[in-house]
Design a protein. Structure first.
Length: 369
């Protein structure tokens, strides 16, 4: 930081002056050329048609050079701004590690805003002393307002996931973070740039799904209005649970009791596919919804089954179905248990239904090799 003493002459450091020299050199040279031509060249004062054509050509060349310089400068600034924005967005919605406490992870986010890499969807997975904890959520709307809400929820989760011993405590922290965010919006302290929002603060909400995967493979969840993940086991894909979710965070307070939903076990070789509703609600040109469950069933048949292969299969089929980027934000997070088989107790296996010998046939939607 540059500090100036009161009353002292303010001198600009040489490095800042040298940085401005390349910016001013080309316009200065072009301007000097135009002035010199008008003052020193006889053709500039000749009224003949040929001389006037030459003068027009010279001035046109100078103006074209100035326009091209400005254009290149603006493109450089735009590329620099995009790099800064991408770094900021990557810090907010960072990709998960390839392996986390024996689980393989893969994720992707498709933003409905063509000028952004992130939007209203969020996800995160962290290894804690309480087990591997994951969150996936969907903020109402998209754009900058949704990004700010997603940042508030993600920031709270990244701390609470390590601090809270129970999953209910994590959800309580997310609820308080969401309430603070809405209060700041009401008082105007959360949107200093005046960015447009998708609606008044009273109508803003976020659906959230919290998962906890214990070292023995046991899975527990708390769901606030979010689609249940799919469990890929054997050669089929089934919802992880079928219980009614809690209300989304924002409009209504959470109930006093928040018992986590037991969801069986994630056995070695099984995978969980967490997703936002943008995946299931993506439509093709004829208005048909994306058959996510059928595509996941097809992905479960692939050998070897990996988190990245599932992600690649779903993403390829989704983009083929929508014939381009989807109209709504889409987030996918795949977690596959790659722990040693002996680490899962025998009692856990009874909680998962065996795969059918003859699964229902589906369309052949395979990703390119």
């Amino acid at each position: 930081m540059i500090r100036f003493k009161p009353g002292a002459p303010r001198r600009v450091p040489p490095r800042f002056l040298s940085a401005r020299v390349p910016t001013l050199a080309v316009p200065t040279a072009l301007g000097a050329t135009a002035v010199a031509y008008r003052l020193a060249c006889p053709l500039a004062h000749d009224a003949a048609l040929g001389a006037r054509l030459v003068s027009s050509a010279v001035m046109c060349a100078i103006v074209t050079g100035l326009v091209m310089h400005v254009r290149r400068r603006l493109l450089r600034e735009l590329r620099r701004a995009r790099r800064v924005a991408e770094e900021a967005q990557s810090a907010l919605l960072r990709p998960p590690p390839a392996r986390i406490d024996g689980l393989a992870a893969a994720a992707v986010h498709l933003s409905a805003d063509p000028g952004a890499r992130i939007g209203g969807d969020l996800y995160e997975v962290v290894a804690t002393e309480h087990g591997v904890r994951a969150v996936i959520g969907d903020v109402r709307g998209h754009g900058l307002g949704a990004v700010r809400t997603a940042a508030a929820v993600l920031g709270s989760f990244r701390e609470a996931a390590h601090d809270e011993a129970e999953l209910a405590g994590v959800l309580r922290r997310l609820e308080r973070a969401m309430a603070r965010h809405l209060r700041e919006r009401v008082h105007g302290g959360h949107d200093p740039a005046g960015a447009a929002q998708d609606g008044p603060p009273g109508e803003e909400f976020v659906t959230v799904l919290l998962l906890e995967i214990l070292p023995d493979g046991g899975v527990r969840a708390l769901n606030c209005g979010h689609p249940w993940p799919y469990l890929l086991t054997g050669a089929r894909a089934e919802p992880l649970a079928r219980t009614d979710p809690l209300p989304p965070l924002g409009p209504f307070p959470l109930p006093s009791e928040l018992p986590a939903v037991p969801c069986g076990a994630l056995l070695p070789g099984d995978a969980l596919v967490l997703h936002t509703d943008g995946a299931e609600e993506a439509r093709d040109a004829e208005g048909r919804f994306f058959p996510l469950r059928d595509v996941l069933t097809e992905a479960a048949r692939e050998h070897p089954l990996t988190a990245r292969s599932v992600l690649r299969t779903v993403l390829t089929a989704l983009l083929r179905h929508t014939a381009g980027p989807p109209k709504d934000d889409v987030a996918l997070l795949i977690l596959r248990n790659e722990r040693h088989v002996g680490s899962t107790p025998t009692g856990m296996r009874a909680t998962v239904r065996p795969a059918t010998a003859h699964p229902h046939p589906t369309g052949h939607l395979r990703s390119p090799a």
